[in-house]
Design a protein around this ligand. Structure first.
Ligand code: 3PG
Length: 393
């Protein structure tokens, strides 16, 4: 793919799709990682005298109330704090004279942040008129919203469809390089660890990784569906009844490539105040539910990880948001981060949040900024926001 370095941006109006979809509490940004990760591209464009126009979505916008809750101005304010020597302005509109005048007023090396792209109902539908209109505002397009490249929306796909002078930015380049090294060209042994609550949301990633990895470790809530498929007693643990047959199929075809928990932390309620004890896998009494992997599973998973040269981790091992059930995730996170000479990649979402909360995030080779996007990458799917970008000349 063409990267931003292959473009002539001097004096040009450069439209950039970034992912500023940041978590907030009462309107205050609680984690600006995604803004920080977009800085290399933004700084490069500023230093090379581009007029920089940033597009991003924020949250889901269905009603007028959602608009007020998801005003992108907070991200523009944060960006200005991060770039004190650069002029950053914000346009509260997504189209019309206000936006067109703001773009026209930009000087070389200045930044304009456009209001939340999802204020436009045509954004998520990739309305051709909208992509064409936004494309008409600039000379060049840069795709740097890795977290959004799995969405074929007007701002991710519609703009570059209409603007052939386009390229990927440094964040997308880094994500694709690191995820590619891990999933497509892994140094073996390659161990994948997949957790999270639902088999249904992870079956495609398990399927693809079983083809590429030496072992696929399963943890988290979905392990109980596998346990049920083996005929185990899972008490009141989370289970997807309609996925038990599928789990059986995978257990048969994967054999010992799939590594399942051998014990669990079980609780008599889904609560921080619950009574807890350990139980071997498949022996959870009624009235109890598994909420974390147990110490024997931690040992087994650590043994499986020993000597790994590539590790991909997606999804927590238990309900890590509650302290009582965070230990499994913490131990595994620590074990991965301490592997010598391994490429270690966290595929976004909950596991990235867990690593950050537990203080290990900077010990990994790469923590993806994409949740859905990194999952789809690991499933082997084409990401439309990247596919649309022109190849190197
Ligand atoms: C994300 O947070 O994964 C991306 O920003 C995409 O957000 P979406 O799921 O609302 O499209």
């Amino acid at each position: 793919k063409r990267t931003v370095k292959d473009l002539d941006v001097n004096g040009k109006k450069v439209l950039v799709r970034v992912d500023f979809n940041v978590p907030r509490q009462d309107g205050v940004i609680t984690d600006d990682n995604r803004i920080q990760m977009a800085l290399p591209t933004i700084k490069y464009l500023v230093e090379n005298n581009a007029k920089v126009v940033l597009f991003s979505h924020l949250g889901k916008v269905k009603t007028e109330e959602d608009k007020a809750k998801n005003n992108l101005e907070c991200a523009a304010v944060r960006l200005q704090e991060l770039l004190p020597d650069t002029k950053v302005s914000f346009c509260p509109e997504t189209r019309g004279a206000t936006l067109e005048n703001a773009v026209a007023a930009l000087k070389d090396g200045e930044i304009l942040v456009v209001q939340n792209t999802r204020y436009e109902p045509g954004e998520s539908k990739n309305d051709p008129e909208l992509g064409k209109y936004w494309a008409s505002l600039g000379d060049v397009f840069v795709e740097d919203a890795f977290g959004s490249v799995h969405r074929a929306h007007a701002s991710t796909v519609g703009i570059p469809t209409n603007l052939k002078e386009n390229a990927i930015g440094f964040l997308v380049e880094k994500e694709v390089t690191m995820l590619g090294k891990a999933v497509d060209n892994p140094v073996h042994p390659f161990i994948a660890i997949i957790g999270g609550s639902k088999v249904s949301s992870k079956i495609d990633v398990i399927d693809n990784l079983l083809k590429k990895a030496d072992k696929v470790i399963i943890g988290g809530g979905m392990a109980y569906t596998f346990s049920a498929a083996q005929g185990g007693k899972i008490g009141d643990s989370l289970v997807e009844e309609d996925k038990i047959d599928l789990a059986k199929e995978y257990l048969e075809k994967a054999g010992d490539k799939l590594v399942l928990p051998v014990d669990n932390v079980i609780a008599d309620a889904f609560s921080e105040d619950a009574n807890t004890q350990y139980a071997d896998a498949g022996q959870i009494p009624d009235g109890w539910q598994g909420l974390d992997i147990g110490p024997k599973s931690v040992e087994l998973f650590k043994e499986t990880l020993a000597g790994a040269k590539t590790v991909v981790w997606n999804g927590p091992m238990g309900v890590f948001e509650m302290k009582k059930f965070a230990k499994g995730t913490e131990e595994i996170c620590k074990a991965i981060s301490e592997l010598p000479d391994a490429i270690t990649v966290i595929g976004g979402g909950d596991s990235a949040a867990a690593a950050k909360q537990l203080g290990y995030a900077d010990k990994f080779s790469h923590v993806s900024t994409g949740g859905g996007a990194s999952l789809e990458y690991m499933e082997g799917k084409t990401l439309p926001g990247i596919a649309i970008i022109s190849d190197k000349d």
